[in-house]
Design a protein around this ligand. Structure first.
Ligand code: SF4
Length: 462
């Protein structure tokens, strides 16, 4: 999960990129970077940490120019280290070039091996660097043609922003896995962002979502578009963007994330009703689905869990003896709301089960007499290879346990997951023909790192 932002045609390009990255911070908190161009020279600043901690007025003043791209990173391919922070920035025979990537390439390791055998020296572990090497080696005459040639060799998920001295290029992979939208400011500047919430913050109007396989170039104030990458494959938009990743005030793949999540909650109430006194959410991502559940079931919604927004990534993992305080740092139960109640708790997913177990126990410790856990996504049984940091299959509790077994482990009185069909209906595509659902279904439409999905899993006793 990463977020990308780009702007061209504005005197405050790097300041606006800073604001855009702020709005996208939920998509990655490990590192952030901005590269700007003044038409002749690219300048970069990348650092580990949060956007607000990395950039200040003097740093942004050192990133002059009318165009900039930025990136917030949550490491998926490549480890968490400064060398992998993006945008990646290189000088090659054709000039300077920076690239910001959201997604994961499934054949990067194979391509890297070929390139290294051919003498290439990689500076990072990021799969994105493969694209730069392929681009630099291309014999095509123009920059766009070089980029297209490079992208025709990679497989996987990519929403990209590429900046040269005098142009900004935006590309979305032919499957449309990760989102990317185009906006425009009143002053005329073009803006590109992973989510519409970044446009809202800087008061840019949404023009449209980039189409899968589209390549958009903005140069000298002129925008041109083409679709050189469509073959045309099946769409595979990440359904989990709607379940969890995107901010609820964003519109993703043309639909309001908030409305879709509410619809998931309604569907969940139809599929897994519960006899209860109140519905609460695991904040923040469970809130809209919990409201939908409440509206459909007629069971009142209340705030039973409060999230602390001040738990930074600077938190040092405590010793084993006090480790169980971890969840309590992030969430606390409202005793006055929960005491003596039969509670429906709505969350977006269960990964390992350990957090859900702590949450259920916390709610019971606050006086709830029954806890009915409802999950607004189907059981997560498979890892994601397309840009989301999920644990291995072995660690996913639903890969080896039934819903009844998981309910027992998390100490819930009942557990219900939305069905895949129900999720499809909530996102407006009952057949799910335009979505990737691999983490629930195991149907990897564009490869899985050479059969990793078939790796053996052993059932661990909970
Ligand atoms: S596997 Fe899941 S998280 Fe990954 S792209 Fe597909 S739907 Fe999204």
């Amino acid at each position: 999960m990463c977020g990308i932002f780009g702007i061209v045609g504005h005197a405050e390009a790097s300041n606006l990129t800073y604001l855009g990255l702020h709005a996208l911070q939920h998509r990655g908190q490990e590192s952030a970077g901005i590269v700007s161009t003044d038409g002749n020279l690219l300048r970069a600043h990348r650092q580990m940490g949060l956007v607000a901690d990395i950039f200040d007025a003097p740093t942004l003043a050192n990133l002059p120019g009318q165009a900039a791209i930025g990136h917030v990173r949550y490491s998926t391919a490549g480890g968490s280290a400064l060398k992998n922070a993006q945008p990646l920035f290189v000088q090659y025979a054709g000039g300077q070039c920076a690239i910001a990537h959201n997604g994961n390439l499934v054949n990067a390791a194979e391509l890297k091996e070929q390139l290294e055998a051919d003498g290439a020296i990689f500076q990072s572990d990021a799969d994105t660097e493969v694209i730069l090497h392929l681009l630099a080696r291309s014999k095509q005459p123009t920059f766009e043609q070089k980029l297209v040639e490079a992208l025709r060799r990679v497989k996987g998920a990519y929403s990209l922003l590429v900046l040269t001295e005098n142009k900004l290029v935006a590309v979305r992979d032919p499957h449309g896995i990760r989102p990317l939208v185009l906006g425009r400011m009143k002053e005329g500047a073009y803006v590109l962002a992973s989510e519409t919430t970044a446009l809202d913050l800087i008061e840019a109007d949404l023009v449209r979502e980039l189409e899968p396989g589209e390549l958009l170039v903005i140069e000298n104030g002129v925008m041109r578009t083409s679709k050189p990458l469509v073959e045309p494959p099946r769409l595979a938009r990440c359904i989990f963007e709607h379940v969890y990743f995107a901010r609820p005030d964003s519109s993703v793949f043309g639909n309001s994330v908030y409305e879709v999540r509410k619809q998931m909650g309604r569907q969940l109430a139809i599929e897994h009703p519960a006899e209860a006194d109140l519905v609460i959410a695991v904040p923040d991502s469970g809130v809209a689905a919990a409201i939908g559940f409440s509206q459909q079931s007629g069971i009142p919604y209340d705030v039973g869990l409060i999230r602390s927004h001040y738990v930074g990534r600077t938190f040092i993992e405590p010793q084993q003896s006090i480790r169980h305080f971890g969840v309590k740092l992030k969430l606390s139960a409202v005793r006055q709301v929960l005491k003596g109640k039969r509670v429906v708790v709505v969350d977006d997913s269960i990964v390992r089960g350990t957090t859900s177990r702590k949450i259920v126990k916390m709610i019971k410790a606050a006086g709830a007499v029954e806890v009915h856990l409802r999950i607004s996504s189907p059981p997560t049984k498979w890892p994601c290879y397309y840009g989301i940091d999920t644990p291995s299959r072995q660690e996913l509790i639903a890969a080896t346990h039934t819903a009844e077994e998981i309910a027992k482990y998390v100490t819930a009185d009942s557990l219900g997951y939305i069905t895949l069909d129900g999720l499809g209906r909530a996102v407006g595509d009952p057949e799910r023909g335009s979505f990737c659902t691999a983490c629930f279904s195991g149907e990897y439409l564009i490869g899985d790192f050479g059969g990793a999905k078939d790796a053996e899993v052993t059932k661990l006793t909970a």
